[in-house]
Design a protein. Structure first.
Length: 140
């Protein structure tokens, strides 16, 4: 629906190549075999680049500790924003993207990255389904 359309934020262009992308959204569990491929895709992205970990499975490996699953995507790539939920609601993902955009505009994300030595490591609140998310993009 139009409510969940990211084109209203100017994000309607899909980039098939990592070299043209500036944000990586990791959703779901990452296997040990997939970890090097994920890192390679991240390394192919041009700077500046940002990472959102979408959901509990991407953030912590899911509810079961398994030898074949990476226990958190932050062990592979630096994560800037963690979007909670199992699965996260569309509102939560939009809130994560808006939060990331605001951190970039304020310059706060680079300060957080420098202090952490990795990603900005920002955890946001889950937005329940049906709750209208405030649009903060372009705020002065």
């Amino acid at each position: 629906t139009a409510h969940y359309d990211l084109a209203r934020f100017g994000m309607e262009v899909f980039r098939a190549s990592p070299r043209q992308a500036d944000i990586m959204i990791v959703a779901g569990r990452v296997s040990q075999k997939m970890a090097p491929v994920l890192r390679q895709v991240y390394d192919q992205m041009m700077e500046p680049k940002w990472v959102i970990s979408m959901g509990v499975c991407a953030s912590s490996g899911g509810m079961f500790n398994n030898y074949a699953i990476v226990q958190g995507v932050d062990q592979i790539v630096p994560v800037d924003v963690y979007a909670p939920g199992c699965p996260p609601t569309p509102e939560t993902l939009i809130h994560a993207i808006e939060t990331l955009h605001q951190l970039i505009e304020d310059g706060e994300i680079m300060r957080r990255r420098a202090s952490n030595g990795a990603g900005a490591n920002l955890h946001i609140q889950e937005i329940p389904a049906g709750v209208t998310t405030p649009v903060v993009l372009g705020r002065q």
